[in-house]
Design a protein around this ligand. Structure first.
Ligand SMILES: NC(=O)c1ccc[n+]([C@@H]2O[C@H](COP(=O)([O-])OP(=O)(O)OC[C@H]3O[C@@H](n4cnc5c(N)ncnc54)[C@H](O)[C@@H]3O)[C@@H](O)[C@H]2O)c1
Ligand SMILES: C[C@@H](O)[C@H](N)C(=O)O
Length: 442
């Protein structure tokens, strides 16, 4: 199939339902395949110019622009302007794409082209996120709302939302231990996808085993039953904490001995097994990713063992000093939040037929506190770090893997991380510094 044909069929697609303009770059030539890295100038330009979502699918890099409030015609025109502007600024290597973009839109037939195979849902899903006020939920809601529309994604938690969360889309109270309330929410809002983020994390769990057991195990049972009863697609994250000291550590394969020594880890292995059992027994569309430790700038971690790797950035920018509660040589798998949330959306959207398994490892980078300090010091050379090891957290970390083996995710649904250690550190410092400046001006 020629590049132009691919572009006409898959490259530029206008999804009228969501006023969404989807734009993908196939490999343009064998000499210069467009990959996430190969297309960096164009990708960077697009991401800096517009609020875009990016997926990487097989050999294609996919962007979408969503203009939910505009008329169809205005939306299509704007989409074309975005693409032309971005391509013009992207520099070399995209000449053939430029000519295809020029041709696209001249005939209305393009807007009736079939959607790409991974974009065929006629109705957007109605998504409920439980435990949505933690480190990951608000960011995921933002990403999903951009993709499916603001009112199609409901955040829920047992805490009161800060005002910015309350203003950005629907939020409701939901305690996952209250089965009746959960069922009412699912029925009344016609929920079709459930992202189950409520949990008690590793360090807090060791301090309150009863609570962790209640939320992570009893709560999960409620979620599984509701999801099965109402035919929902259910996403439950697992973790590097689902492995233990007897698992292979570098890397931990998808299938291996899992004997974690924390209530958090035990509850996550339980979730993986119960979800897979419900999938095979009742046909539940259960999907589970084992996340590494997640690093985010504008949301705080909720009491885990990898929290130091978020806290150090804030301390580095604010005071120039940090006391680390893990030993300097403790290597753990970590991931920048944008990679984690994009992986979650891509995995949720993956056709069921492409999923050979239901629980996947995803990996990005691994580092020790010392590696992280060295990298931060490239931008903030005056940062001073001392070590005051917390024995509970250190014992947990010593039983976790140093890296995850994630070839199945890369093969089955095109997972690809974008942030290595240096990109992660640069991005975190920029976000935190910008956030602080903004805070000072108000
Ligand atoms: N953040 C990470 O590094 C990481 C890594 C691996 C896996 N995960 C998993 O991702 C998910 C989200 O993680 P996070 O970091 O946002 O967690 P978090 O601890 O920051 O947030 C969890 C949320 O669950 C809520 N919650 C507690 N009890 C509840 C109940 N009874 N009903 C409803 N909500 C309740 C809390 O109020 C909190 O807002 C969790 O399942 C976690 O295990 C996170
Ligand atoms: C790794 C992850 O599950 C969480 N951040 C924790 O440390 O508990």
């Amino acid at each position: 199939m020629s590049t132009e044909m691919q572009l006409n069929t898959y490259g530029l697609y206008f999804e009228s339902l969501n006023r969404m303009f989807v734009f993908s770059l196939p490999s343009l030539s064998s000499r210069q395949p467009i990959t996430a890295r190969g297309s960096a100038p164009l990708a960077t330009r697009l991401l800096s110019l517009f609020n875009t979502t990016r997926w990487v699918k097989e050999s294609q890099v996919v962007f979408s622009f969503c203009f939910p409030r505009l008329t169809l015609k205005r939306c299509a025109t704007l989409g074309m302007q975005c693409l032309r502007g971005a391509v013009k600024h992207a520099g070399s290597g995209v000449e053939r794409l430029t000519s295809a973009v020029r041709g696209f839109g001249s005939s209305s037939q393009h807007f009736r082209a079939s959607p790409p195979p991974w974009c065929t849902d006629a109705d957007p899903p109605k998504v409920l996120i439980t435990g949505g006020l933690g480190q990951l939920g608000v960011g995921l809601a933002k990403l999903l709302r951009r993709r499916f529309g603001k009112n199609n994604v409901i955040l829920s938690d047992i805490r009161k939302p800060p005002s910015h969360v309350d203003h950005n889309g629907p939020f409701i109270f939901s305690d996952i231990l209250d089965y009746k309330n959960l069922r009412e929410i699912v029925v009344n809002n016609n929920i079709s996808w459930l992202v189950h983020y409520s949990a008690v994390l590793s360090a807090v769990g060791e301090n309150n085993v009863a609570l962790a057991r209640e939320v992570n195990i009893t709560g999960l049972h409620n979620i599984l039953d509701i999801a099965t009863e109402h035919g929902l697609r259910l996403f439950v994250p697992s973790t590097i904490g689902a492995f233990g000291p007897s698992s292979p550590r570098d890397p931990a394969p998808e299938l291996c001995v899992q004997r974690p020594r924390t209530i958090y880890g035990v509850s996550k292995v339980h979730a993986e097994l119960m979800g897979e059992y419900y999938h095979h027994r009742y046909g539940l569309d259960f999907r589970c990713l084992r996340y590494p430790g997640i690093i985010s700038a504008d949301s705080q971690p909720g009491g885990g063992t990898t929290d130091y790797a978020v806290q150090i950035f804030h301390a580095a920018v604010k005071t120039g000093r940090f006391e680390c509660n893990l030993r300097g040589d403790t290597r753990l798998p970590m991931m920048y939040i944008d990679d984690c949330l994009r992986a979650t959306l891509e995995f949720l959207e993956a056709p069921a037929a492409s999923l050979l398994g239901r629980t996947y490892n995803i990996n990005a980078t691994s580092f020790t506190p010392r590696d992280l300090v060295r990298e931060i010091q490239k931008g903030l050379p005056d940062l001073e770090v001392t070590y005051n090891v917390d024995p509970i957290r250190q014992a947990i970390a010593d039983g976790w893997p140093m890296a995850l083996e994630d070839t199945a995710a890369r093969r089955d649904w095109g997972w690809k991380h974008e942030y290595g250690l240096s990109e992660l550190v640069r991005t975190m410092l920029t976000h935190i510094a910008t956030g602080n400046q903004l805070a000072q001006t108000y």
